[in-house]
Design a protein around this ligand. Structure first.
Ligand SMILES: *Cc1c(COP(=O)(O)O)cnc(C)c1O
Length: 426
């Protein structure tokens, strides 16, 4: 293997066509932010946009802004922008609520569909043991309510579960711990051949890797607004379903369970009887947050700004270059320090993060890195996670981050007591 140098990284940055995108973000001086997989950075456009929404639209125009500023249509207009990043069509995505709530809605619909089709043998929901806990908690609740069994298996055991008992396969495309990516088209096709529905969580995919929901013939998808979409802390999430299911929901008389007025076919008729809107709009529940959606729109725009440079395909090439570089540098420079790479080497199986594992001291090593301005995070029991966001990270940032990691390990500074105290959010 060639020996990598910092100069080599600087040369890669000088030749990087995506480099100008970094200017779209407020990046704190002296910090290398490797946590865009947990909370995306602040786009430069967001503060001014929020000032306008607060001062002009809310402060001056008040309630007229629902029409005048288009607040009421924001779940759909922002959804249409997200659609461009995930291989969905216009009118197929809405931005609303949280990932957990949207999962509750679509998984409930999927289970009700199976029940309405009187498929009594199909009683199993399969997911991954290592899926994000909120997804599993939501599935536990729905399995209990509707009389299904939730079966949790390892990623390599999924194929063996695809049989006539499977109602719904619920997977997160890119695993939040390992950064491992499923082949959406292949897994979807295999589950559908077994007669099941597939729900994809795109929390670590949207804005991170190219996604083709239509091309993969997926059934339902949900995802997060505050990670790679840079929508701000607690940003609205999104939800998509294949258009065939809008018709099936009607034919089977299945409603999403959070049947609030914003998902009604005519909310301002103030009818006493719920009647779901057509298409994806029926997945709305209550009043959208105009401020939060404005911030999310700025975040989504910051990803769409890559379109003139080749869009998600170009971001993907850079993401793989950054994760390859990070892995190579860790292997060359941290050898003998007990770190091993958890993230798959095969490009097709990798998201936009690298996870390292170490038996001891992982939390403290991450804290020592944060004190040096290199922000990653830690997931128990021994995972050090580094999100490598191609929109604003440079190759030299990867070099410098690993240099700090080498110093933290060689000096043993992570053993200091101050790095070993657990905070509420890790
Ligand atoms: C981040 C994440 C969530 C977050 O859900 P919230 O409802 O926003 O708290 C859900 N699922 C997965 C897989 C995630 O990575």
């Amino acid at each position: 293997m060639t020996t990598l140098t910092r100069d080599h990284c600087l040369a890669l940055d000088a030749a990087d066509a995506l480099a100008p995108l970094r200017e779209l973000f407020e990046l704190p001086e002296g910090q290398i932010y490797l946590d865009g997989n947990s909370l995306g950075v602040l786009p430069r456009a967001t503060a001014a946009k929020l000032r306008e929404v607060v001062e002009d639209e809310w402060g001056r125009d008040l309630i007229q802004s629902w029409n005048k500023a288009g607040w009421i249509h924001r779940p759909q207009t922002v959804g249409d922008k997200i659609a461009r990043l995930i291989g969905a069509g216009p009118g197929e995505v809405i931005a609303a609520d949280s990932t957990s709530l949207n999962l509750y809605k679509v998984l409930s619909v999927a289970l009700q569909m199976v029940q309405a089709e009187a498929a009594p043998g199909r009683r199993v929901i399969v997911s991954e043991r290592e899926n994000f806990p909120t997804d599993l908690y939501i599935a536990q609740s729905l399995a209990q309510q509707h009389g299904f069994e939730l079966r949790l298996v390892g990623a390599d055991e999924i194929a063996a579960q695809l049989d006539g008992s499977l109602a719904v396969l619920m997977l997160t495309q890119v695993n939040y711990r390992t950064g491992r990516q499923h082949d959406m088209a292949a897994v979807t096709a295999a589950a559908q051949r077994a007669g099941a529905l597939v729900v994809w969580d795109l929390a670590h995919s949207a804005g991170a890797v190219p996604v083709d929901l239509r091309g993969s013939n997926a059934d339902f998808a949900i995802g997060c607004g505050y990670k790679y979409l840079n929508g701000g802390p607690g940003a609205p999430a999104f939800v998509w379903m294949h258009e065939r299911h809008a018709q099936r929901m009607q034919a089977l008389r299945v409603d999403q369970p959070l049947s609030g007025w914003m998902g009604h076919a005519a909310p301002f008729e103030f009818s006493t009887q719920y009647r779901g809107a057509a298409g994806i709009t029926q997945f709305l529940c209550g009043t959208p947050s105009a401020i939060a959606l404005a911030a999310l729109e700025c975040g989504v725009d910051s990803v769409l700004a890559s379109e003139p440079f080749g869009g998600m395909a170009a971001l993907r090439r850079k993401s793989l270059a950054l994760t390859d570089l990070f892995i190579a540098l860790v292997e060359q420079r941290c050898a003998g320090h007990g770190l091993s790479v958890q993230t798959p080497r095969a490009h097709a199986e990798r998201g936009s993060q690298v996870s390292l594992i170490r038996e001891e001291g992982g939390y403290a090593i991450v804290q020592a890195l944060i004190a040096r301005g290199v922000v990653g995070d830690f997931r128990a029991p021994g995972l050090l996670r580094f999100g490598l966001t191609p929109l604003y990270l440079r190759h030299v940032d990867v070099w410098d981050a690993v240099e700090h990691l080498v110093q933290v390990l060689e000096s043993g500074e992570w053993r200091q007591e101050r790095f070993n105290r657990a905070a509420a959010v890790t």
